[in-house]
Design a protein around this ligand. Structure first.
Ligand code: SF4
Ligand code: SF4
Length: 400
């Protein structure tokens, strides 16, 4: 565990994970995260950001002429988000579980501790349970104070609150849930935003169930989604993928098309190691996400310590997203955007052998050829939302 008084103290596995920190490193207050800023920062909060949030929770009345923004598109978006929204708001009192506060729907810890064997055996069984409960990917790493928010933020009161993770939860189980490939192809659109809603709703249910399983084994377990900490460094350490130019985790199995979550626990578990399959090298030649970003919010250059504004973490060498530009675009079009996920050459259906073969070659010196072929084949192009609704009918295929 990292010493909180010395936040940049190097972790022995930092190098293996590709983390590079300098003396400017500071723990990040959740208040500065872009969505939180849209509640308190007058330079961000405006009529458009308020309409953006209202549009997710009120009965759908929005209808625009453009395809992908009809009433049915907003309706399926809000339906996809519904389970996540209900779980988030269930406690009331301004708690927004999964986003600013940890989930608390799980029951008490059993007074009887089960014996799962040594940490390797316990990790195997936890991973099996996580997959059964809905995780597509699962890895385990250690608790690291550096990635925990220095303070939480309460949207309603505008107060900063102390972190909710108690001491002694030394292990972090990181899970990933994929977002549907075909809906993601329609982004940016209200329909495309349903992909994120499906991911969040499944993620929230999985995290609560997984924590419940561990608590019934007699160990403490706290489920957490976007609250309490930045998930990507944990996911990299847990071996779920590498960091991409689009500011997202790129997994081997789904590319950047995943939502992440974590469960903090004191159940002794063996840890995983970071993986490398050539993402950083590929991103250096690709740049497709940055070139197609409608808000020009992604960097075209090399990873650096440069920050765009207070929503970037200081002291970490990486590709940093300009979240002000990104969220400004979301608010302007009244729904979120995932063009940087859709266009990424790693966003593929890897049940197809040829995509697995291309991914392997993308990690070699043939990466330029693979990149050129990817563009030539037209991957990453937007699917018209009206075609998505009628695709099976038009192609004479049964509904999935
Ligand atoms: S979500 Fe859209 S606007 Fe934001 S960085 Fe990605 S492509 Fe750009
Ligand atoms: S689109 Fe290209 S540059 Fe962007 S994250 Fe994906 S592989 Fe990297």
């Amino acid at each position: 565990m990292t010493d909180a008084a010395n936040p940049i103290q190097r972790d022995p596995t930092d190098q293996e994970a590709g983390f590079e920190l300098n003396d400017e490193f500071e723990r990040f207050p959740q208040k500065n995260e872009m969505f939180r800023r849209s509640w308190w920062d007058p330079t961000i909060r405006n009529a458009k950001t308020e309409a953006f949030y209202r549009g997710h929770s009120e009965p759908v009345t929005i209808h625009r002429r453009s395809k992908g923004y009809h009433q049915k598109d907003y309706a399926i978006r809000n339906a996809a988000w519904r389970i996540s929204d209900v779980l988030t708001e269930v406690r009331g009192e301004g708690r927004r579980e999964g986003f600013t506060d940890v989930f608390t729907l799980q029951g008490d810890v059993s007074p009887r501790r089960a014996d799962l064997g040594d940490p390797e055996a316990a990790a195997r069984q936890i991973k099996k349970a996580a997959r059964t409960l809905g995780a597509a990917l699962v890895g385990i790493t250690h608790y690291d104070e550096r990635w925990q928010y220095s303070a939480r933020f309460h949207d309603g009161s505008g107060e900063e609150l102390p972190p909710e993770i108690p001491p002694g939860l030394a292990h972090v189980i990181v899970v990933a849930v994929p977002m549907p490939y075909d809906i993601m192809q329609t982004t940016p659109s209200a329909l495309g935003s349903a992909a994120a809603g499906v991911g969040y709703s499944r993620d929230a249910a999985l995290l609560i169930s997984l924590a419940q399983f561990i608590r019934d084994l007699g160990y403490r377990a706290i489920p957490s989604m976007n609250d309490t900490a930045t998930s990507i460094p944990y996911a990299i350490k847990a071996g779920l993928g590498e960091y991409g130019r689009n500011g997202l985790l790129i997994t081997k199995e789904y590319g950047p098309r995943v939502r992440l979550g974590k469960v903090y626990t004191d159940l002794p578990l063996a840890h995983d190691r970071p993986i490398h399959f050539g993402v950083q090298e590929f991103c250096r030649i690709c740049k497709r996400c940055a070139e197609s970003c409608p808000a020009k919010a992604l960097p075209l250059g090399e990873p650096s310590f440069k920050i765009n504004n207070i929503s970037n973490r200081k002291g970490v060498k990486k590709w940093s997203v300009n979240a002000e530009k990104c969220f400004g675009f979301w608010a302007a079009q009244n729904t979120d955007c995932a063009t940087c996920i859709r266009t990424c050459p790693y966003n593929k259906d890897y049940s197809k052998w040829w995509h697995r073969a291309a991914r392997r070659l993308a990690g070699t010196r043939l990466r330029r050829i693979i990149f050129a072929l990817d563009g030539y084949m037209g991957y990453g192009k937007r699917l018209r939302p009206d075609i998505w609704w009628e695709r099976e009918q038009q192609e004479g295929r049964p509904l999935p």
